[in-house]
Write a protein that binds this ligand. Structure first.
Ligand code: SF4
Length: 86
C-alpha cells in the first residue's frame, strides 16, 4: 500500500525549503505550520526560547524530516488531551 498521505512537497512555494536540510528531495511540506507548537516543551523538537520567553522553532526541522508524520501522530493524543473540554 502506498503512503502518499505522509509526504507532500511544494517546490513552487516561494519559501522552499523554509529550513536548511541536507537532502531537499526528502523535505516534507505536509506540516507547513507545526501542529505541535502548542505543546510547549513537550513537542520533542529542537526549540529555544527568546529572552522574552517566546518559543523559537527556527532551528527545528522535525516536522519536515523523514518520519515527520509518525512523530506528529505520536503526539496527537497529547494534543487532544490538552484541547479537550474542561
Ligand atoms: S517546529 Fe519543532 S520545536 Fe517547534 S513545535 Fe514543532 S516540533 Fe517543536
Amino acid at each position: 500500500m502506498s503512503e502518499n498521505y505522509k509526504f507532500v512537497q511544494n517546490r513552487k512555494c516561494e519559501y522552499f525549503p523554509c529550513h536548511k536540510v541536507k537532502n531537499e528531495d526528502e523535505f516534507n511540506c505536509l506540516f507547513c505550520f507545526c501542529p505541535l507548537y502548542m505543546l510547549g516543551d513537550k513537542c520533542g523538537g529542537n526549540f529555544t526560547y527568546t529572552e522574552k520567553g517566546i518559543k523559537n522553532c527556527s532551528e527545528c526541522t522535525l516536522p519536515h524530516c523523514k518520519g515527520a508524520y509518525e512523530h506528529v501522530m505520536s503526539k496527537m493524543k497529547l494534543v487532544m488531551e490538552i484541547s479537550r473540554e474542561k
